[in-house]
Design a protein around this ligand. Structure first.
Ligand code: SF4
Length: 231
Protein backbone atom coordinates (compact mmCIF):
# COMPACT_ATOMS: atom_id res chain seq x y z
CA UNK A 1 0.00 0.00 0.00
CA UNK A 2 1.46 3.34 -1.03
CA UNK A 3 1.51 6.49 1.09
CA UNK A 4 1.91 9.54 -1.13
CA UNK A 5 3.04 12.68 0.73
CA UNK A 6 3.31 14.90 -2.36
CA UNK A 7 0.92 17.61 -3.55
CA UNK A 8 -1.87 16.06 -5.62
CA UNK A 9 -2.51 18.90 -8.09
CA UNK A 10 0.93 18.94 -9.73
CA UNK A 11 4.32 17.24 -9.56
CA UNK A 12 7.01 18.63 -7.22
CA UNK A 13 10.29 16.74 -6.93
CA UNK A 14 14.01 17.29 -6.35
CA UNK A 15 14.63 15.27 -9.54
CA UNK A 16 13.22 15.46 -13.05
CA UNK A 17 14.05 11.93 -14.23
CA UNK A 18 13.79 11.35 -17.97
CA UNK A 19 12.02 8.04 -17.33
CA UNK A 20 9.50 9.27 -14.72
CA UNK A 21 6.10 7.84 -15.50
CA UNK A 22 4.40 10.80 -13.81
CA UNK A 23 5.74 13.06 -16.58
CA UNK A 24 8.12 16.02 -16.25
CA UNK A 25 8.50 17.71 -12.86
CA UNK A 26 6.57 20.97 -12.71
CA UNK A 27 8.43 22.40 -9.69
CA UNK A 28 12.04 21.22 -9.37
CA UNK A 29 13.09 21.89 -5.78
CA UNK A 30 14.26 20.27 -2.56
CA UNK A 31 12.51 22.89 -0.43
CA UNK A 32 8.77 22.38 -0.01
CA UNK A 33 8.20 25.34 2.32
CA UNK A 34 6.29 27.19 -0.45
CA UNK A 35 4.00 24.18 -0.89
CA UNK A 36 2.96 23.70 2.74
CA UNK A 37 -0.73 24.30 1.98
CA UNK A 38 -0.67 21.55 -0.63
CA UNK A 39 0.90 18.91 1.62
CA UNK A 40 -0.99 16.45 3.82
CA UNK A 41 -0.77 17.18 7.55
CA UNK A 42 0.64 14.33 9.70
CA UNK A 43 -2.76 13.93 11.41
CA UNK A 44 -4.49 13.62 7.99
CA UNK A 45 -2.12 10.78 7.05
CA UNK A 46 -2.79 9.11 10.40
CA UNK A 47 -6.59 9.30 9.98
CA UNK A 48 -6.49 8.07 6.36
CA UNK A 49 -4.31 5.15 7.38
CA UNK A 50 -6.53 4.24 10.34
CA UNK A 51 -9.60 4.24 8.07
CA UNK A 52 -7.84 2.07 5.50
CA UNK A 53 -6.30 -0.44 7.89
CA UNK A 54 -9.62 -0.99 9.63
CA UNK A 55 -10.80 -2.68 6.41
CA UNK A 56 -8.38 -5.51 7.36
CA UNK A 57 -7.12 -5.95 3.80
CA UNK A 58 -3.92 -8.00 3.69
CA UNK A 59 -0.96 -5.71 3.06
CA UNK A 60 2.65 -6.81 2.61
CA UNK A 61 4.23 -3.39 2.93
CA UNK A 62 3.15 0.14 3.71
CA UNK A 63 5.40 2.03 1.30
CA UNK A 64 6.21 5.73 1.26
CA UNK A 65 6.31 6.56 -2.45
CA UNK A 66 4.35 8.56 -5.03
CA UNK A 67 4.68 11.23 -7.69
CA UNK A 68 7.46 13.10 -5.89
CA UNK A 69 10.11 12.56 -3.22
CA UNK A 70 8.42 11.56 0.09
CA UNK A 71 11.32 12.62 2.31
CA UNK A 72 10.94 16.24 1.16
CA UNK A 73 7.84 16.51 3.32
CA UNK A 74 8.96 18.75 6.24
CA UNK A 75 7.23 16.45 8.76
CA UNK A 76 8.46 13.20 7.25
CA UNK A 77 9.88 11.76 10.47
CA UNK A 78 6.75 12.66 12.44
CA UNK A 79 4.61 10.96 9.77
CA UNK A 80 6.79 7.83 9.92
CA UNK A 81 6.28 7.73 13.71
CA UNK A 82 2.50 8.08 13.33
CA UNK A 83 2.35 5.37 10.66
CA UNK A 84 4.32 3.03 12.96
CA UNK A 85 1.91 3.83 15.80
CA UNK A 86 -1.20 3.09 13.68
CA UNK A 87 0.16 -0.06 12.07
CA UNK A 88 1.35 -1.44 15.45
CA UNK A 89 -2.18 -0.94 16.75
CA UNK A 90 -4.11 -2.31 13.75
CA UNK A 91 -1.82 -4.53 11.63
CA UNK A 92 1.36 -5.10 13.66
CA UNK A 93 3.01 -7.62 11.33
CA UNK A 94 2.89 -5.33 8.30
CA UNK A 95 6.30 -4.07 7.23
CA UNK A 96 7.23 -0.60 6.07
CA UNK A 97 9.24 0.41 3.02
CA UNK A 98 10.47 3.71 1.63
CA UNK A 99 11.17 4.53 -2.01
CA UNK A 100 13.44 7.56 -2.07
CA UNK A 101 15.60 9.26 -4.69
CA UNK A 102 18.48 9.63 -2.14
CA UNK A 103 18.60 13.43 -2.45
CA UNK A 104 17.86 14.21 1.23
CA UNK A 105 20.29 11.91 3.06
CA UNK A 106 22.24 14.85 4.44
CA UNK A 107 19.30 15.65 6.75
CA UNK A 108 19.57 14.04 10.19
CA UNK A 109 15.79 13.73 10.55
CA UNK A 110 15.56 11.81 7.26
CA UNK A 111 18.30 9.40 8.34
CA UNK A 112 16.57 8.96 11.72
CA UNK A 113 13.24 8.23 9.98
CA UNK A 114 14.86 5.90 7.46
CA UNK A 115 16.29 3.77 10.26
CA UNK A 116 12.74 3.14 11.54
CA UNK A 117 11.63 1.69 8.18
CA UNK A 118 12.09 -2.07 7.55
CA UNK A 119 13.11 -1.67 3.92
CA UNK A 120 14.64 1.60 2.73
CA UNK A 121 15.04 1.45 -1.07
CA UNK A 122 17.24 4.23 -2.39
CA UNK A 123 17.75 5.31 -5.96
CA UNK A 124 21.11 5.27 -7.73
CA UNK A 125 20.74 5.18 -11.52
CA UNK A 126 24.17 6.47 -12.52
CA UNK A 127 27.84 6.15 -11.73
CA UNK A 128 29.02 9.63 -12.69
CA UNK A 129 27.89 13.26 -12.46
CA UNK A 130 27.45 13.76 -16.20
CA UNK A 131 24.99 10.89 -16.60
CA UNK A 132 23.26 11.81 -13.33
CA UNK A 133 22.55 15.31 -14.71
CA UNK A 134 21.30 13.85 -17.98
CA UNK A 135 19.10 11.08 -16.52
CA UNK A 136 17.93 12.38 -13.11
CA UNK A 137 18.18 16.14 -13.85
CA UNK A 138 18.35 17.15 -10.15
CA UNK A 139 17.72 20.59 -8.69
CA UNK A 140 20.86 22.68 -8.21
CA UNK A 141 21.27 21.92 -4.48
CA UNK A 142 21.78 18.18 -5.11
CA UNK A 143 25.29 16.85 -5.79
CA UNK A 144 26.07 13.41 -7.19
CA UNK A 145 29.25 12.95 -5.13
CA UNK A 146 27.37 13.87 -1.95
CA UNK A 147 24.66 11.29 -2.74
CA UNK A 148 27.27 8.54 -3.16
CA UNK A 149 29.00 9.59 0.06
CA UNK A 150 25.68 9.60 1.95
CA UNK A 151 24.68 6.19 0.54
CA UNK A 152 28.02 4.78 1.73
CA UNK A 153 27.36 6.03 5.25
CA UNK A 154 23.67 5.26 5.67
CA UNK A 155 24.09 1.52 6.22
CA UNK A 156 21.53 -1.19 5.71
CA UNK A 157 19.71 -0.29 2.46
CA UNK A 158 18.66 -1.65 -0.92
CA UNK A 159 19.58 0.29 -4.06
CA UNK A 160 17.09 0.58 -6.89
CA UNK A 161 18.37 1.33 -10.38
CA UNK A 162 16.41 2.11 -13.53
CA UNK A 163 18.30 1.44 -16.77
CA UNK A 164 17.09 3.10 -19.97
CA UNK A 165 18.41 3.15 -23.49
CA UNK A 166 18.77 6.03 -25.97
CA UNK A 167 20.49 9.40 -26.24
CA UNK A 168 19.40 10.28 -22.67
CA UNK A 169 19.94 6.81 -21.28
CA UNK A 170 22.46 5.27 -18.87
CA UNK A 171 23.54 1.98 -20.45
CA UNK A 172 26.69 2.95 -22.35
CA UNK A 173 29.58 0.73 -21.20
CA UNK A 174 31.30 3.59 -19.33
CA UNK A 175 28.06 4.36 -17.48
CA UNK A 176 27.66 0.74 -16.43
CA UNK A 177 31.33 0.46 -15.36
CA UNK A 178 31.11 3.65 -13.27
CA UNK A 179 27.80 2.54 -11.71
CA UNK A 180 29.21 -0.91 -10.77
CA UNK A 181 32.18 0.83 -9.15
CA UNK A 182 29.82 2.96 -7.00
CA UNK A 183 27.75 -0.12 -6.04
CA UNK A 184 31.01 -1.75 -4.87
CA UNK A 185 31.77 1.34 -2.77
CA UNK A 186 28.28 1.61 -1.25
CA UNK A 187 27.85 -2.13 -0.55
CA UNK A 188 24.03 -2.14 -0.19
CA UNK A 189 22.06 -5.18 1.07
CA UNK A 190 21.13 -5.81 -2.56
CA UNK A 191 20.33 -4.04 -5.81
CA UNK A 192 17.00 -4.00 -7.62
CA UNK A 193 17.56 -3.59 -11.35
CA UNK A 194 14.70 -2.77 -13.69
CA UNK A 195 13.77 -0.96 -16.86
CA UNK A 196 10.78 0.83 -18.39
CA UNK A 197 7.35 -0.56 -17.67
CA UNK A 198 5.33 2.62 -18.15
CA UNK A 199 5.57 5.43 -20.70
CA UNK A 200 8.49 7.74 -19.71
CA UNK A 201 8.52 11.55 -19.60
CA UNK A 202 11.09 11.52 -22.43
CA UNK A 203 9.42 9.65 -25.29
CA UNK A 204 12.76 9.07 -27.06
CA UNK A 205 13.86 6.55 -24.39
CA UNK A 206 13.85 2.84 -24.96
CA UNK A 207 13.65 -0.03 -22.48
CA UNK A 208 16.49 -2.45 -21.72
CA UNK A 209 15.65 -6.11 -22.39
CA UNK A 210 15.67 -8.80 -19.69
CA UNK A 211 18.74 -10.55 -21.18
CA UNK A 212 20.83 -7.40 -21.04
CA UNK A 213 19.64 -6.65 -17.49
CA UNK A 214 20.59 -10.20 -16.44
CA UNK A 215 24.03 -9.76 -18.03
CA UNK A 216 24.61 -6.47 -16.20
CA UNK A 217 23.38 -8.06 -12.95
CA UNK A 218 25.90 -10.90 -13.30
CA UNK A 219 28.73 -8.50 -14.12
CA UNK A 220 27.80 -6.37 -11.07
CA UNK A 221 27.68 -9.34 -8.71
CA UNK A 222 31.08 -10.54 -9.99
CA UNK A 223 32.79 -7.17 -9.59
CA UNK A 224 31.09 -5.76 -6.48
CA UNK A 225 30.10 -8.86 -4.53
CA UNK A 226 26.59 -7.37 -4.11
CA UNK A 227 23.50 -9.45 -4.94
CA UNK A 228 21.40 -8.07 -7.81
CA UNK A 229 17.77 -8.90 -8.58
CA UNK A 230 16.29 -8.16 -12.00
CA UNK A 231 12.63 -7.10 -12.09
S1 SF4 B 1 12.65 10.90 -8.28
FE1 SF4 B 1 10.87 9.60 -8.70
S2 SF4 B 1 9.10 11.02 -8.74
FE2 SF4 B 1 10.97 12.28 -8.87
S3 SF4 B 1 11.24 12.59 -11.07
FE3 SF4 B 1 12.47 10.77 -10.50
S4 SF4 B 1 11.15 8.99 -10.84
FE4 SF4 B 1 9.82 10.83 -10.84
Amino acid sequence: MGVNLSPTRYKVCSFNCVYCHYGWTKYLTSDLSDFKNELPEPEDVKKALENFLQKKIKIDYITFSGDGEPTLHPDFEKIVDLVIEVKNKLLPHTKMALLSNSSTLDKKEVIDALKKVDLPILKLDCGNEETFKKVNRPCSSVSFDQIVENLKNVGDIAIQTMLVDGENGNVKQKDIDDWIEKIGMIKPRWVQLYSLENPPADGSLGGVGKNKLEKIAKQTEGKSGVRVEVY
